[in-house]
Design a protein around this ligand. Structure first.
Ligand code: ZN
Ligand code: ZN
Ligand code: ZN
Length: 107
């Protein structure tokens, strides 16, 4: 089976599928208007606030971080929601599953 050329990623906020904009590694969800990394589907707001270690470890934009992680509820919507330092996103082991099965899981 050939893959189609269209790239899609599930939005981490609302789990809707968004199509990728060309030449850009983050997308704004068409449905809920939140930004996330297209490559690893990590939320962009914590990445901007805390650093690139808030990408998932398998993402090319992921970078190790040796500084202290700070609880920043004023800037980070995930900290605000968790009422503590938000956790880094987990590695997505299911990113390699076939598109069809991904749909079956999400819908
Ligand atoms: Zn969304
Ligand atoms: Zn990423
Ligand atoms: Zn946070």
């Amino acid at each position: 089976m050939m893959q189609s050329g269209l790239k899609i990623a599930p939005c981490p906020y609302c789990l809707q599928m968004s199509a990728k904009d060309e030449g850009c590694n983050h997308v704004t969800c068409y449905f809920c208007k939140n930004d996330f990394c297209f490559v690893c589907s990590a939320k962009r707001n914590p990445i901007l606030v805390h650093g690139n270690h808030y990408h998932r470890p398998n993402c090319p934009h992921f970078a190790d971080w040796w500084g202290a992680n700070q609880y920043l509820p004023d800037k980070c919507m995930e900290c605000r929601r968790a009422k503590k330092l938000c956790t880094v996103p987990e590695d997505l082991v299911d990113m390699d599953i076939p598109e069809r099965e991904k749909y079956d899981i999400l819908f």
